[in-house]
Ligand binder design. Sequence first.
Ligand code: HEM
Length: 347
Amino acid sequence: MASSKTVLSAIFTASLCFTVALAFPAHHEDLHPVVQSPPKPVLSPDYYKATCPQADEIVVSVLKKAIAKEQRIAASLLRLLFHDCFVQGCDASVLLDDSEEFVSEKKAIPNKNSIRGFEVIDEIKAALEEACPHTVSCADTIALAARGSTVLSGGPYWELPLGRKDSKAAYMKLANKNLPPPNATLHRLVKFFERQGLDKVDLVALSGSHTIGMARCVSFKQRLYNQHRDNQPDKTLERMFYSTLASTCPRSGGDNNLRPLEFATPSKFDNTYYKLLIEGRGLLNSDEVLWTGRDPQIAGLVRSYAENEPLFFEHYVNSITKMGNINPLTGYDGEIRKNCRVVNKKI
Ligand code: HEM
Protein backbone atom coordinates (compact mmCIF):
# COMPACT_ATOMS: atom_id res chain seq x y z
CA MET A 1 0.00 0.00 0.00
CA ALA A 2 1.32 3.48 -0.84
CA SER A 3 2.41 5.42 2.22
CA SER A 4 0.71 8.77 2.91
CA LYS A 5 4.06 10.45 2.19
CA THR A 6 4.16 8.99 -1.33
CA VAL A 7 0.56 10.05 -1.96
CA LEU A 8 1.24 13.61 -0.77
CA SER A 9 4.30 13.88 -2.97
CA ALA A 10 2.34 12.62 -6.01
CA ILE A 11 -0.37 15.22 -5.40
CA PHE A 12 2.29 17.95 -5.05
CA THR A 13 4.03 16.95 -8.31
CA ALA A 14 0.73 16.81 -10.21
CA SER A 15 -0.40 20.23 -9.01
CA LEU A 16 3.03 21.70 -9.84
CA CYS A 17 2.78 20.36 -13.39
CA PHE A 18 -0.71 21.79 -13.69
CA THR A 19 0.42 25.26 -12.50
CA VAL A 20 3.37 25.25 -14.92
CA ALA A 21 1.07 24.18 -17.77
CA LEU A 22 -1.25 27.09 -17.00
CA ALA A 23 1.61 29.58 -16.79
CA PHE A 24 3.32 28.43 -20.01
CA PRO A 25 0.68 27.04 -22.35
CA ALA A 26 2.19 25.14 -25.28
CA HIS A 27 1.75 27.08 -28.49
CA HIS A 28 1.16 24.21 -30.86
CA GLU A 29 0.05 26.69 -33.52
CA ASP A 30 3.54 28.25 -33.42
CA LEU A 31 5.11 24.90 -34.21
CA HIS A 32 2.56 23.83 -36.82
CA PRO A 33 0.71 26.90 -38.10
CA VAL A 34 -2.90 25.91 -38.84
CA VAL A 35 -4.30 27.44 -42.00
CA GLN A 36 -7.87 28.26 -41.04
CA SER A 37 -10.16 27.27 -43.90
CA PRO A 38 -13.41 29.25 -44.00
CA PRO A 39 -16.32 27.42 -42.34
CA LYS A 40 -18.39 25.29 -44.75
CA PRO A 41 -21.62 27.07 -45.61
CA VAL A 42 -24.68 25.41 -44.11
CA LEU A 43 -27.99 24.80 -45.83
CA SER A 44 -30.65 27.47 -45.32
CA PRO A 45 -34.36 27.69 -46.19
CA ASP A 46 -33.69 31.21 -47.55
CA TYR A 47 -30.91 30.11 -49.89
CA TYR A 48 -32.75 31.10 -53.11
CA LYS A 49 -34.64 34.04 -51.59
CA ALA A 50 -32.72 36.60 -53.64
CA THR A 51 -31.75 34.48 -56.66
CA CYS A 52 -34.86 32.41 -57.36
CA PRO A 53 -37.68 33.26 -54.96
CA GLN A 54 -40.23 31.44 -57.12
CA ALA A 55 -38.32 28.11 -57.10
CA ASP A 56 -40.77 26.24 -54.87
CA GLU A 57 -43.78 27.60 -56.77
CA ILE A 58 -42.29 26.32 -60.04
CA VAL A 59 -41.61 22.88 -58.54
CA VAL A 60 -45.13 22.58 -57.12
CA SER A 61 -46.81 23.64 -60.36
CA VAL A 62 -44.98 20.94 -62.37
CA LEU A 63 -45.70 18.41 -59.59
CA LYS A 64 -49.42 19.16 -59.63
CA LYS A 65 -49.61 18.37 -63.35
CA ALA A 66 -47.50 15.22 -63.01
CA ILE A 67 -49.51 13.90 -60.04
CA ALA A 68 -52.81 14.64 -61.80
CA LYS A 69 -51.52 12.45 -64.65
CA GLU A 70 -50.24 9.69 -62.38
CA GLN A 71 -50.80 9.69 -58.62
CA ARG A 72 -47.94 7.25 -57.94
CA ILE A 73 -45.31 9.68 -59.20
CA ALA A 74 -45.49 11.48 -55.82
CA ALA A 75 -44.21 8.33 -54.11
CA SER A 76 -41.53 7.77 -56.74
CA LEU A 77 -40.20 11.31 -56.25
CA LEU A 78 -40.15 10.96 -52.47
CA ARG A 79 -38.18 7.74 -52.79
CA LEU A 80 -35.63 9.50 -55.03
CA LEU A 81 -34.58 11.68 -52.09
CA PHE A 82 -33.91 8.58 -49.96
CA HIS A 83 -31.93 6.85 -52.70
CA ASP A 84 -29.97 10.04 -53.34
CA CYS A 85 -29.12 10.89 -49.73
CA PHE A 86 -28.06 7.36 -48.63
CA VAL A 87 -25.40 7.22 -51.37
CA GLN A 88 -22.55 9.67 -50.70
CA GLY A 89 -25.02 12.28 -49.44
CA CYS A 90 -27.78 14.40 -50.99
CA ASP A 91 -25.90 15.40 -54.13
CA ALA A 92 -28.14 14.27 -57.01
CA SER A 93 -25.69 11.47 -57.84
CA VAL A 94 -28.74 9.22 -58.36
CA LEU A 95 -29.82 11.29 -61.38
CA LEU A 96 -26.66 10.81 -63.44
CA ASP A 97 -26.76 8.55 -66.49
CA ASP A 98 -23.84 6.29 -67.45
CA SER A 99 -20.77 8.12 -68.68
CA GLU A 100 -17.21 7.26 -69.68
CA GLU A 101 -16.09 7.96 -66.10
CA PHE A 102 -18.71 6.08 -64.10
CA VAL A 103 -21.61 3.64 -64.12
CA SER A 104 -24.97 5.13 -63.19
CA GLU A 105 -26.53 4.39 -59.79
CA LYS A 106 -29.66 3.57 -61.77
CA LYS A 107 -27.98 0.22 -62.48
CA ALA A 108 -27.54 -0.69 -58.81
CA ILE A 109 -29.73 -3.60 -57.63
CA PRO A 110 -32.12 -1.56 -55.42
CA ASN A 111 -32.69 0.90 -58.29
CA LYS A 112 -32.78 -1.26 -61.41
CA ASN A 113 -36.29 -1.57 -62.92
CA SER A 114 -37.54 0.17 -59.82
CA ILE A 115 -36.50 3.76 -59.25
CA ARG A 116 -38.49 6.27 -61.30
CA GLY A 117 -39.47 9.91 -61.66
CA PHE A 118 -36.48 11.09 -63.72
CA GLU A 119 -38.62 12.61 -66.49
CA VAL A 120 -40.52 14.74 -63.96
CA ILE A 121 -37.23 15.92 -62.42
CA ASP A 122 -36.08 16.85 -65.96
CA GLU A 123 -39.25 18.83 -66.48
CA ILE A 124 -38.94 20.66 -63.15
CA LYS A 125 -35.28 21.41 -63.77
CA ALA A 126 -35.99 22.76 -67.27
CA ALA A 127 -38.63 25.10 -65.81
CA LEU A 128 -36.19 26.23 -63.10
CA GLU A 129 -33.44 26.84 -65.66
CA GLU A 130 -35.76 28.96 -67.74
CA ALA A 131 -36.82 31.12 -64.79
CA CYS A 132 -33.47 31.27 -62.97
CA PRO A 133 -30.61 30.02 -65.17
CA HIS A 134 -27.77 28.15 -63.47
CA THR A 135 -29.12 28.76 -59.98
CA VAL A 136 -31.06 25.84 -58.48
CA SER A 137 -29.09 22.60 -58.11
CA CYS A 138 -30.41 19.17 -59.04
CA ALA A 139 -29.91 18.03 -55.43
CA ASP A 140 -32.20 20.82 -54.21
CA THR A 141 -34.63 19.99 -57.02
CA ILE A 142 -34.94 16.44 -55.65
CA ALA A 143 -35.46 17.76 -52.12
CA LEU A 144 -38.09 20.28 -53.24
CA ALA A 145 -39.86 17.62 -55.32
CA ALA A 146 -39.89 15.21 -52.35
CA ARG A 147 -41.38 17.80 -50.01
CA GLY A 148 -43.93 18.96 -52.60
CA SER A 149 -44.95 15.36 -53.29
CA THR A 150 -45.44 14.67 -49.59
CA VAL A 151 -47.56 17.77 -49.08
CA LEU A 152 -49.64 17.16 -52.24
CA SER A 153 -50.32 13.62 -50.98
CA GLY A 154 -51.74 14.97 -47.71
CA GLY A 155 -48.57 14.71 -45.65
CA PRO A 156 -46.80 17.31 -43.52
CA TYR A 157 -44.98 20.42 -44.75
CA TRP A 158 -41.49 21.11 -43.46
CA GLU A 159 -39.08 24.02 -43.72
CA LEU A 160 -36.56 22.81 -46.24
CA PRO A 161 -32.93 23.85 -45.88
CA LEU A 162 -31.44 24.50 -49.35
CA GLY A 163 -28.07 25.20 -50.95
CA ARG A 164 -26.89 21.69 -51.88
CA LYS A 165 -24.56 21.40 -54.86
CA ASP A 166 -24.45 18.51 -57.36
CA SER A 167 -21.87 15.76 -57.49
CA LYS A 168 -19.57 15.26 -60.45
CA ALA A 169 -19.80 11.47 -60.25
CA ALA A 170 -22.16 8.57 -59.52
CA TYR A 171 -21.42 5.73 -57.09
CA MET A 172 -23.04 2.51 -58.25
CA LYS A 173 -21.14 0.25 -55.84
CA LEU A 174 -22.00 2.44 -52.89
CA ALA A 175 -25.67 2.36 -53.90
CA ASN A 176 -25.52 -1.45 -53.67
CA LYS A 177 -23.83 -1.21 -50.30
CA ASN A 178 -25.84 1.55 -48.62
CA LEU A 179 -29.43 1.03 -49.73
CA PRO A 180 -31.19 -1.48 -47.46
CA PRO A 181 -32.81 -4.52 -49.13
CA PRO A 182 -36.49 -5.27 -48.43
CA ASN A 183 -35.73 -8.63 -46.78
CA ALA A 184 -33.34 -7.09 -44.23
CA THR A 185 -33.70 -8.04 -40.57
CA LEU A 186 -34.48 -5.31 -38.07
CA HIS A 187 -30.95 -5.45 -36.74
CA ARG A 188 -29.54 -4.80 -40.20
CA LEU A 189 -32.00 -2.01 -40.92
CA VAL A 190 -30.87 -0.24 -37.77
CA LYS A 191 -27.23 -0.62 -38.94
CA PHE A 192 -28.01 0.78 -42.42
CA PHE A 193 -29.55 3.85 -40.80
CA GLU A 194 -26.77 4.22 -38.22
CA ARG A 195 -24.25 4.32 -41.06
CA GLN A 196 -25.98 7.52 -42.20
CA GLY A 197 -26.10 9.04 -38.73
CA LEU A 198 -29.79 8.18 -38.36
CA ASP A 199 -31.33 6.50 -35.31
CA LYS A 200 -34.23 4.16 -34.55
CA VAL A 201 -36.76 6.99 -34.46
CA ASP A 202 -35.62 8.03 -37.94
CA LEU A 203 -35.94 4.42 -39.17
CA VAL A 204 -39.51 4.05 -37.93
CA ALA A 205 -40.66 7.54 -38.96
CA LEU A 206 -39.09 7.45 -42.43
CA SER A 207 -40.38 3.93 -43.12
CA GLY A 208 -43.78 5.62 -42.86
CA SER A 209 -43.03 6.93 -46.38
CA HIS A 210 -44.38 3.53 -47.43
CA THR A 211 -47.82 4.95 -46.71
CA ILE A 212 -47.77 5.82 -50.44
CA GLY A 213 -46.48 4.06 -53.55
CA MET A 214 -46.08 0.58 -54.92
CA ALA A 215 -43.74 -2.39 -54.77
CA ARG A 216 -43.06 -5.20 -57.27
CA CYS A 217 -43.77 -8.81 -56.29
CA VAL A 218 -40.05 -9.54 -56.44
CA SER A 219 -39.55 -7.22 -53.46
CA PHE A 220 -41.73 -9.30 -51.09
CA LYS A 221 -42.24 -12.68 -52.75
CA GLN A 222 -39.91 -14.48 -50.39
CA ARG A 223 -42.46 -13.79 -47.63
CA LEU A 224 -45.17 -15.65 -49.52
CA TYR A 225 -43.37 -18.85 -50.45
CA ASN A 226 -40.03 -19.28 -48.78
CA GLN A 227 -39.49 -16.90 -45.88
CA HIS A 228 -36.90 -18.92 -43.99
CA ARG A 229 -35.62 -21.17 -46.81
CA ASP A 230 -38.25 -23.71 -45.66
CA ASN A 231 -40.82 -23.35 -48.49
CA GLN A 232 -43.19 -21.78 -45.97
CA PRO A 233 -44.78 -18.32 -45.88
CA ASP A 234 -43.85 -15.73 -43.29
CA LYS A 235 -45.96 -16.62 -40.26
CA THR A 236 -46.42 -13.00 -39.31
CA LEU A 237 -48.49 -12.35 -42.47
CA GLU A 238 -52.22 -12.01 -41.72
CA ARG A 239 -54.08 -14.85 -43.57
CA MET A 240 -56.48 -12.85 -45.75
CA PHE A 241 -53.70 -10.46 -46.64
CA TYR A 242 -51.53 -13.42 -47.58
CA SER A 243 -54.22 -14.70 -50.00
CA THR A 244 -54.59 -11.31 -51.69
CA LEU A 245 -50.84 -11.03 -52.15
CA ALA A 246 -50.54 -14.59 -53.45
CA SER A 247 -53.23 -13.89 -56.06
CA THR A 248 -51.17 -10.99 -57.44
CA CYS A 249 -47.82 -12.71 -57.05
CA PRO A 250 -47.77 -16.37 -58.15
CA ARG A 251 -44.97 -18.66 -57.01
CA SER A 252 -43.32 -18.42 -60.40
CA GLY A 253 -43.45 -15.44 -62.76
CA GLY A 254 -45.21 -12.10 -62.24
CA ASP A 255 -42.17 -10.57 -60.57
CA ASN A 256 -42.98 -7.11 -61.89
CA ASN A 257 -46.64 -7.17 -60.85
CA LEU A 258 -47.38 -4.36 -58.45
CA ARG A 259 -49.02 -4.10 -55.03
CA PRO A 260 -49.55 -0.91 -53.00
CA LEU A 261 -47.16 -0.64 -50.07
CA GLU A 262 -50.14 0.41 -47.93
CA PHE A 263 -53.34 -0.93 -49.46
CA ALA A 264 -56.03 0.86 -47.40
CA THR A 265 -55.30 4.49 -48.41
CA PRO A 266 -52.48 3.96 -50.95
CA SER A 267 -52.24 7.47 -52.31
CA LYS A 268 -52.81 9.37 -49.07
CA PHE A 269 -49.87 10.25 -46.85
CA ASP A 270 -51.24 9.31 -43.43
CA ASN A 271 -50.54 6.95 -40.50
CA THR A 272 -52.51 3.97 -41.85
CA TYR A 273 -49.19 2.25 -42.66
CA TYR A 274 -48.54 1.75 -38.93
CA LYS A 275 -52.09 0.56 -38.21
CA LEU A 276 -51.66 -2.14 -40.86
CA LEU A 277 -48.27 -3.23 -39.47
CA ILE A 278 -49.96 -3.98 -36.14
CA GLU A 279 -52.53 -6.12 -38.00
CA GLY A 280 -49.82 -8.16 -39.77
CA ARG A 281 -50.57 -6.44 -43.05
CA GLY A 282 -47.27 -4.70 -43.79
CA LEU A 283 -46.06 -5.47 -47.32
CA LEU A 284 -42.27 -5.67 -47.16
CA ASN A 285 -40.35 -7.71 -44.63
CA SER A 286 -38.57 -4.47 -43.70
CA ASP A 287 -41.98 -2.95 -42.89
CA GLU A 288 -43.42 -5.79 -40.80
CA VAL A 289 -40.27 -6.35 -38.73
CA LEU A 290 -40.66 -2.88 -37.24
CA TRP A 291 -43.58 -4.41 -35.34
CA THR A 292 -42.50 -8.05 -35.00
CA GLY A 293 -38.73 -7.61 -34.64
CA ARG A 294 -38.72 -7.71 -30.83
CA ASP A 295 -37.30 -4.26 -30.29
CA PRO A 296 -39.49 -2.62 -27.64
CA GLN A 297 -38.47 0.93 -28.56
CA ILE A 298 -39.19 0.38 -32.26
CA ALA A 299 -42.47 -1.48 -31.71
CA GLY A 300 -43.47 1.24 -29.22
CA LEU A 301 -42.93 3.89 -31.89
CA VAL A 302 -45.04 1.92 -34.38
CA ARG A 303 -47.88 1.83 -31.83
CA SER A 304 -47.51 5.54 -31.01
CA TYR A 305 -47.63 6.56 -34.67
CA ALA A 306 -50.61 4.27 -35.30
CA GLU A 307 -52.48 5.97 -32.47
CA ASN A 308 -51.25 9.51 -33.00
CA GLU A 309 -50.90 10.87 -36.53
CA PRO A 310 -49.71 14.34 -35.44
CA LEU A 311 -46.84 12.66 -33.56
CA PHE A 312 -45.93 10.68 -36.70
CA PHE A 313 -45.94 13.88 -38.75
CA GLU A 314 -43.85 15.72 -36.14
CA HIS A 315 -41.21 12.96 -36.07
CA TYR A 316 -41.35 12.54 -39.86
CA VAL A 317 -40.55 16.22 -40.44
CA ASN A 318 -37.62 16.00 -38.04
CA SER A 319 -36.26 12.79 -39.58
CA ILE A 320 -36.62 13.78 -43.22
CA THR A 321 -34.85 17.05 -42.45
CA LYS A 322 -32.00 15.02 -40.93
CA MET A 323 -31.93 12.72 -43.97
CA GLY A 324 -31.91 15.72 -46.33
CA ASN A 325 -28.85 17.02 -44.49
CA ILE A 326 -26.67 13.96 -45.06
CA ASN A 327 -23.29 15.07 -46.36
CA PRO A 328 -24.36 17.84 -48.75
CA LEU A 329 -21.86 19.49 -51.08
CA THR A 330 -21.91 23.20 -50.32
CA GLY A 331 -20.07 26.39 -51.22
CA TYR A 332 -17.36 25.76 -53.81
CA ASP A 333 -17.74 21.95 -53.64
CA GLY A 334 -19.66 20.33 -56.46
CA GLU A 335 -21.49 22.25 -59.17
CA ILE A 336 -24.95 23.23 -60.34
CA ARG A 337 -25.67 20.85 -63.19
CA LYS A 338 -27.49 22.33 -66.13
CA ASN A 339 -28.92 18.95 -67.10
CA CYS A 340 -29.42 16.68 -64.09
CA ARG A 341 -28.46 13.57 -66.07
CA VAL A 342 -24.91 14.69 -66.98
CA VAL A 343 -22.10 16.59 -65.29
CA ASN A 344 -21.32 20.01 -66.78
CA LYS A 345 -18.70 20.09 -69.51
CA LYS A 346 -15.29 21.38 -68.48
CA ILE A 347 -14.68 24.67 -70.26
C1 HEM B 1 -36.18 1.16 -44.17
C2 HEM B 1 -35.59 0.72 -45.24
C3 HEM B 1 -36.27 0.71 -46.57
C4 HEM B 1 -36.37 -0.34 -47.42
C5 HEM B 1 -35.78 -1.73 -47.20
C6 HEM B 1 -37.12 0.08 -48.56
C7 HEM B 1 -37.39 -0.70 -49.66
C8 HEM B 1 -38.29 -0.37 -50.65
C9 HEM B 1 -38.70 -1.24 -51.72
C10 HEM B 1 -38.18 -2.65 -51.94
C11 HEM B 1 -39.63 -0.59 -52.45
C12 HEM B 1 -40.37 -1.15 -53.66
C13 HEM B 1 -39.45 -1.15 -54.86
C14 HEM B 1 -39.95 -2.02 -55.99
O1 HEM B 1 -40.48 -3.09 -55.72
O2 HEM B 1 -39.73 -1.63 -57.16
C15 HEM B 1 -39.80 0.71 -51.88
C16 HEM B 1 -40.65 1.66 -52.35
C17 HEM B 1 -40.73 2.91 -51.82
N1 HEM B 1 -39.95 3.45 -50.83
FE1 HEM B 1 -38.76 2.41 -49.59
N2 HEM B 1 -37.48 1.39 -48.40
C18 HEM B 1 -36.97 1.82 -47.20
C19 HEM B 1 -37.05 3.10 -46.70
C20 HEM B 1 -37.61 4.15 -47.36
C21 HEM B 1 -37.46 5.53 -47.02
C22 HEM B 1 -36.57 6.03 -45.87
C23 HEM B 1 -38.21 6.26 -47.90
C24 HEM B 1 -38.37 7.74 -48.01
C25 HEM B 1 -37.93 8.63 -47.18
C26 HEM B 1 -38.84 5.31 -48.78
C27 HEM B 1 -39.73 5.63 -49.76
C28 HEM B 1 -40.32 4.73 -50.61
C29 HEM B 1 -41.45 5.05 -51.47
C30 HEM B 1 -42.23 6.34 -51.47
C31 HEM B 1 -41.69 3.91 -52.26
C32 HEM B 1 -42.72 3.76 -53.38
C33 HEM B 1 -42.08 4.21 -54.69
C34 HEM B 1 -42.94 4.09 -55.92
O3 HEM B 1 -44.11 3.76 -55.86
O4 HEM B 1 -42.38 4.36 -57.01
N3 HEM B 1 -38.42 4.06 -48.46
N4 HEM B 1 -38.96 0.83 -50.78
